[in-house]
Write a protein that binds this ligand. Structure first.
Ligand code: SF4
Ligand code: SF4
Length: 332
């Protein structure tokens, strides 16, 4: 059984979210477990360029200021082309999104090549080097795993490019021709120019990195993957990478169940949230905090990502010893 401290933002309060978040940190006392004399990685996702719903710097700053000058922000490069693909443009994006108050290290080096192998997983070198992490995650839908939280932030978000490539290697999209309306939104979206503007569109698997973006942008759900085999394979990889990323470390997890979107923060598309703000959670167990977060918004996620198996990452996390799904919810 793992304790998960929960700030319920649905309850009326005179105080704003930031003040209430500070109270959650105070009352849980979990940040006291972090040693201020050793390096502290604060793992964030600062949002793709154009995305509006990542965890805002105001919250991250509150955490950073409590941890002292050994703390720094970090994330890894992306597989797909964009500002987060290499370190210099990533650094600029982080500043533009308001995180300039703290040092930011790209954890897997200039182009995502800096990694250390842990249990067969290519973990970003900076993540490997730190003894402790505070993992700040935004809870939202995800087209492969159903939803993304701490496990996804660790597994995909702490891997170097080689690891991401491996995890995505089986998530190859397939066109359902009978549903396709030839609108070519997928062609315009694909960051690797892997889809042809033909009738019907054709996916070039030599170019496709399996990012699954086209699945999300297609308004007619005309692109899919074989969920049972391929999505499970990717999810199992994410969970295994998550376990490698935290091996031997002290970690605290903070999940924000606010600004809940259908897709992950890697999307530059601006879409309205799919549900009201629910709350913020803090715990020492990544599986327990994701289980508690998912339980709060299960209906919304099932409606937004009906083709997925959101529970699978929790089940696998328990199975391989990443954490427990037995949650003791402590309301603040
Ligand atoms: S976005 Fe969907 S409907 Fe439009 S061309 Fe692509 S697959 Fe077809
Ligand atoms: S999954 Fe879709 S959007 Fe992503 S690279 Fe492949 S074809 Fe392009």
């Amino acid at each position: 059984m793992a304790d998960v401290h929960f700030l319920d933002l649905r309850e009326k309060s005179e105080d704003n979210y930031l003040k209430r978040f500070s109270r959650l940190l105070d009352e849980s006392g979990l940040l006291d477990r972090i040693d201020r004399n050793r390096p502290i990685a604060i793992k964030i996702h600062p949002g793709e360029a154009g995305n509006l719903y990542y965890v805002k710097p105001h919250y991250v700053r509150i955490v950073y200021e409590r941890l002292g000058n050994r703390a720094f922000l970090t994330d890894t490069t992306t597989l797909y082309p964009g500002e987060r693909m290499i370190a210099p443009t990533y650094q600029r994006l982080v500043k533009a999104h308001g995180f300039g108050f703290a040092p930011f290290l790209v954890a897997d080096g200039l182009r995502g090549e800096a990694s250390k192998q842990i249990d067969g997983c290519e973990i970003a070198a900076v993540i490997d080097a730190v003894p402790q992490m505070v993992v700040i995650s935004h809870i939202k839908g995800h087209m492969v795993t159903g939803f993304g939280g701490a496990i996804k932030n660790l597994g995909m978000g702490c891997s170097a490019k080689a690891g991401k490539l491996w995890m995505h290697s089986r998530s190859k999209p397939k066109l359902r021709e009978e549903r396709c309306q030839r609108c070519y939104i997928c062609v315009e979206y694909c960051p690797n120019q892997a889809i042809s503007r033909t009738d019907p569109p054709v996916i070039d698997y030599q170019r496709c990195t399996g990012c699954c973006g086209c699945l999300s942008v297609c308004p007619y759900r005309a692109i899919g993957i074989e969920w049972n085999a391929e999505a499970r394979y990717t999810t199992e990889g994410i969970v295994r990478y998550a376990r490698a990323a935290v091996k031997g470390k002290t970690c605290i997890y903070i999940n924000f169940v606010i600004d809940i979107t259908r897709h992950c923060d890697c999307f530059h598309t601006i879409e309205p949230p799919i549900g009201p703000d629910v709350g913020i959670l803090i715990a020492t167990d990544p599986v327990a905090i994701d289980k508690a977060s998912y339980d709060l918004i299960e209906k919304i996620i099932r409606k937004a990502q009906p083709q997925t198996e959101p529970h699978y990452q929790i089940e696998k996390g328990v199975e391989i010893g990443l954490g427990t799904d037995q949650v003791q919810l402590i309301r603040i």
